[in-house]
Design a protein around this ligand. Sequence first.
Ligand SMILES: [Zn+2]
Length: 394
Amino acid sequence: MTIDDAPREALRGGPRELLRWVATGAAVSRADLSRLSGLSPSTVSQRVEALISQGLLEETGAGRSRGGRRPRQLAVPTGGAVVGAIDLGAHHARVGTLDLSGRVVQARTLPVRIEDGPEAVLGTLLTEVTALAASSGATTSATGSTTADALRGIGIGIPGPVQHATGRIVSPSRMPGWNGFDVAAFCAGRIEVPVIVDNDANLMALGAHRTAHSELDHAVYIKAGTGIGSGVISSGRLHRGAQGSAGDISHCRVVADPAPPCTCGNSGCLEAVASGAALVTALRGQGVPVDDLTGVIRLIDDGDRQATALARQAGRAVGEILAVVVNFFNPQVVAIGGRLADCEPLLASMRATLYERCLPLATQTLLIERVAAGQDVGITGAAHLVIDHVVATA
Ligand SMILES: [Zn+2]
């Protein structure tokens, strides 16, 4: 069992929480940690020693004294140790290194051609992330540690369904040649650090929750870009379900006339109505020459009548599905991220549908907002997956 799978109550003062309090500046000493956690000083010391021996915490000399001996200060090491993160999209990948508190050290966006297949795409991205880690280590490591020591693991987000236990991709849309590919095994053959694979919506959910709303226990994050999906935080942790498909709303059926065909073989799926790819297809079908999602968003921003109508229809469709999710799950916050999150007509009709279709009790205090974490939210989530793993095995 990893810490990620542990009940939230058991996490009070757990290693991950201690680490986060230091990383956020809430605690700078063992005494602070003892006060915040309610744990005895000896238990805190024991956990802190374990984290220090794993290189996850360090002591940085003396802090301010409140009388008596000056306490040693705790810090998350900023030099050397990093985690790697890859957030793969349909046309681009965000690749980065982050420190052990989840802060971005370096990040860059690379163009990718998903149709080149998993070996070529993942091979290039792994090379990129290890190069970034090497340069992070080379420029910031105070201890002169080697790259292998510096890179503690890599988290990878895939824009399709991932079987959580195996790290295998199962029946993705728009990823020809990737079905059944074992991402974890492929990476294990090329790099010796732990590699954790998940779908992109889960990583966005984790990244957004940890950076914006870690105090809330129940949250739903919609990722609306070329595809559409969602990630669920339940009782403070990522909820994956039995296989890892929890939150995958892409093939839920919505009311649409006519019901457009979907890549899965059915028709009228949310993805076929409301995803960025669906908007491109629909506009082209109406004779509007549009190259990609960027073109669609530009038309919507310009107030184009056809594009705006389609965005409203997409928002209603997302709202319909989300209303079922909210009635069923009763989250405290629903946040929308991805490239369509800035599309005002879509957001407005999603919100209206949600209020219309939800129980008053479910929406009374419900926060509906945009994911604020920006383009690094996916790699932040990926890094937290790895950090949780590293802490759990410390
Ligand atoms: Zn479908």
